[in-house]
Design a protein around this ligand. Structure first.
Ligand code: MLC
Ligand code: AMP
Length: 504
């Protein structure tokens, strides 16, 4: 069989070897086989392509709770050549407004509870279709598939055809849509399956959200393209994860998942005895967490490093030395180099900017050619905004970020977005938002605020309340400090390092 560049065709080719085998288990409903998934995605693809008339390349923006139906919707978009645009369910009205306006989707799928708000935004942005899908997989999208024939010829596509667009914020300006092609996603998944040695005997415990690269691409593609079984959890709950670990062989999480598992006395060698590998990424895993986990369970967590625009770039090996504090070796299809301020490549052990190139790297930001050009070098390397070095064994170590980014519990928070909300408040002159160490979230969003002379409002609660009303809840400062002025260097730039020293 000749298959095109379509990721769906690739998954179907792997899964159709044994279509009646269970590939997804969940607590509250019957397990799914590939045959179930094939049928459900055929209906959804047909509904979107034939009934609603969406064409390959059209965007489908999705803001729904994680469910197997949301996974099926993603797969149906791949199958129909549509571009899947997931949104964090924590996004507030302004964030959804911006995203729908920017992505210009033909269809928005949202939770029934948000239908009126999303419908208004859809009207504002001339989005023709709005459908709903709730956490149980019910809603107008699903209902409309009743009676739809369960056959749909998968849309063939070139490997550079867009498959998904994920929004990532910027140091300046508004969030950008990173367009990932079918080829980007396939290349990265194949590398990870080989480096992490996935086989059809694996059972992956999936507790990550489905709207970011980690849960959607890394976890799902490794399982679906290797034939491994998924145990599906709607969200991360340490207790439920511990309950299912004895039935799993692979677990993936952000560092907060690991610190929360360690906080539970039940985590021990017996419980994790049948596990093959634990994998961590999206934020720095402290060597202390790595060591505690190794002592308690005997497992050396495999840390890897990636980002929305590139998928995964490096990983510690499953066979071979896993170094705590290092993000490992470049993946087979990824080249990685460290460059100095003059753009020259730096030798081993020298700290500089991390740049990557390879089949995993996206081709650009949606409708932002200038921003895309800015983030690539002339010879096609992507500037990650991360800072690190390569050790004499070839292992990559990240030591910081050139970009002004806070990572809290694996979610990215760009200070500028939070500062903009605080600076709008009456009585505020200016603010600086920083990340300070936090035992659960790794970094905690912290605001340092200058009020107008004599002003006593807003107080900390007022600042927190205003941010909570405006943007996603994980971006809300965990603490607020008031100062009479912000420290600045001779260029007038706020010295956030001094603030981090004071409030960290
Ligand atoms: C929730 N809260 C957070 C938070 N998550 N605060 C800061 N940082 C976070 N990450 C807050 C909520 O606002 C709420 O506050 C309170 O905590 C409880 O909310 P919750 O929804 O009950 O929290 P919980 O379910 O415990 O969520 C925590 C978490 C979740 C760690 C399980 O954040 C999570 O699943 N993180 C994973 C993120 C991820 O998948 N990242 C991958 C990005 S891809 P209040 O005040 O309202 O009560 C990427 C590329 C790569 O980076 O390399 O992988
Ligand atoms: P995102 O934009 O959500 O894809 O986040 C990507 C960023 O997360 C990277 O540029 C890194 O700064 C960070 N990141 C991902 N994995 C790791 C890791 N293992 N260690 C440190 N930082 C990481």
């Amino acid at each position: 069989m000749v298959i095109s560049g379509s990721l769906f065709e690739r998954i179907a080719a792997r899964q159709s070897r044994d279509p009646h085998r269970v590939i997804l288990e969940r607590a509250d409903a019957h397990p799914l086989t590939w045959s179930d998934m094939e049928e459900a995605t055929a209906r959804l693809s047909r509904l979107m392509s034939v009934t609603l008339g969406l064409k390959p390349g059209d965007r489908v923006a999705v803001r729904v709770e994680k469910s197997t139906a949301s996974l099926l919707l993603y797969l149906a978009c791949l199958r129909a050549g549509l571009v899947y645009v997931p949104m964090n369910t924590a996004y507030g009205r302004d964030e959804v407004d911006y995203l729908i306006g920017n992505a210009a989707p033909e269809l928005v799928v949202c939770d029934p509870a948000a239908r009126n708000e999303v419908r208004d935004l859809a009207i504002k942005h001339s989005t023709p279709h709005v459908r709903t899908l709730n956490a149980d997989g019910k809603g107008s999208l699903w209902d409309a598939t009743e009676g739809t024939p369960a056959n749909f010829p998968t849309v063939a596509c070139a490997s550079d055809a867009p498959a998904a667009m994920l929004y990532t914020s910027g140091t300046t300006g508004r969030p950008k849509g990173a367009v990932l092609s079918h080829g980007n996603l396939i290349a990265n998944a194949e590398d990870l399956i080989s480096v992490w040695k996935f086989t059809a005997d694996d059972v992956l415990l999936h507790a990550l959200p489905l709207f970011h690269a980690h849960g959607l691409f890394v976890a799902c593609h490794c399982a679906l393209l290797s034939g491994a079984r998924l145990i599906w959890h709607p969200r991360f709950d340490a207790s439920l994860v511990l309950g299912d670990l004895p039935r799993a062989t692979v677990f993936m999480g952000v560092p907060t998942f690991y610190t929360r598992l360690l906080a539970d006395a039940r985590l021990d060698r017996a419980l994790t005895g049948d596990m093959r590998v634990f994998i961590s990424g999206s934020a720095p895993l402290l060597a202390e967490t790595w060591n505690s986990f190794a002592t308690r369970t005997g497992h050396r967590i495999v840390e890897r490093y990636g980002m929305t625009e590139t998928g995964m770039n490096t990983s510690n090996p499953v066979d071979g030395a896993r170094k705590p504090g290092s993000v490992g070796l470049p993946l087979p299809s990824t080249e990685l180099r460290i460059v100095g301020e003059d753009g020259g490549v730096l030798p081993t052990d020298q700290i500089g900017d991390v740049q990557v190139r390879g089949a995993n790297v996206f081709s650009g930001y949606w409708r932002m050619p200038d921003k895309t050009a800015e983030d690539f070098t002339e010879d096609g390397w992507f500037k990650t905004g991360d800072v690190g070095f390569i050790d004499p064994d070839g292992y990559v170590h990240l030591v910081g970020r050139a970009k002004d980014l806070i990572i809290s519990g694996g979610y990215n928070v760009y200070p500028k977005e939070v500062e903009a909300v605080i600076d709008r408040l009456d009585g505020v002159v200016e603010s600086a938002v920083i990340g300070v160490p936090h035992p659960d979230f790794g970094e905690a969003v912290t605001a340092v605020v200058v009020r107008a002379p004599g002003a006593t409002t807003p107080d900390a609660e007022g600042v927190i309340g205003a941010v909570r009303d405006a943007i996603a809840n994980y971006k809300v400062p965990k603490s607020v400090h008031f100062v009479t002025e912000l420290p600045r260097n001779t260029m007038g730039k706020v010295q956030k390092n001094l603030l981090r020293d004071t409030y960290g």
